[in-house]
Design a protein around this ligand. Sequence first.
Ligand SMILES: [Zn+2]
Length: 379
Amino acid sequence: MFVCPRCGNKDERYIGHKNGAPYCRKCIIFSGEEAKGIEHPPKKAPLSLAYKLSEEQSNLSRRIVENFVNGVDTLVYAVCGSGKTEISYGVLAYAISHGFRAGFALPRRDVVIELYWRMMKAFPNNKVVAVYGDHHRRLEGDIVILTTHQLYRYPEYFDLLVMDEIDAFPFKGNDVLIALYKKSLRGHCVLMSATPSEAILKEFGKENHGILELMTRFHKKPIPVPKVELSIPIFQVLKIIKKLREYGKQGKPCFVFAPTIDLCETLYSNVSIAVKGGDYVHSERENKDQIINAFKAGKLNYLLTTSVLERGVTIKNLQVLVYQADKRSIYDSATLIQISGRVGRKMDAPNGEVIFFAEKETEEIADAVRKIEHYNTFL
Ligand SMILES: [Zn+2]
């Protein structure tokens, strides 16, 4: 029987034949140049950080290094806004200074690009490369920052692989991507998540694994607990308009999440008549990067969005409204927690409002609120 050497697929339905030789159809889209895999000499990796890590962050950072030195994989369970990226700098510096090959993988390319710039600043003496989509001219450096889709270019390559947002689409539940990640690792991993699944918590609960928890945000302020407002959708629209006017007067930017592309567009056509200075984005919107950048630059007061902006965005003073938060197929509790985590991330603006508008309170909404309240008890 043929077993794909890359992704482990042995399902006959995904095995083709070419000139009599079997090939795997499951991972065939992942083909292209692979890293040469030259061994790295040890290099100095002095860190340049804009601010000092908190005591809690430093402790965690040290324990990740300890795990790595002891050959233990680590799961970092850290709430949104706790500064978990910075917690990984220590182990990355350790790896570089010992000549290990280090990588940092994330599901989304926009976050890869953002992280690339942050890493360049944090590791000014080292060669940082970013690999994503059609950007793969340079595959090797002291730190490779890449999308999980690009891991196939690094078979048995990384001595240290940090992976963030392991619970996010498209990585979550994608057997081929998970197989390619495992295949790319010849050393040890540090997985990071704000909302790890039960399955991964169980896996890391076993022997030879370490779960490290960071339950407070770096600025030691609580995560805003979402308010839940119950009413039918038409009244939700009116309440959103009222809130956007209020935030507009206070100069506070706002994200309004809608469950689907259609609902996002319909909501925008209703809201934009009453409140000017906004826009909307979703996966199929043209120029969405420009619109997001305009919002980040403060040129827009509010932005309606589907879950495309659920993660990885930090905007000062941001407020968050969720329209039809009871759409269970879209808003599970992990998603609702991520969305709430957009708010209050800045040291000088740690507060903000999160409101879930819904017809009824689902178990997912109740669970999200409960978990956030639980995180805040660690303060
Ligand atoms: Zn395969």
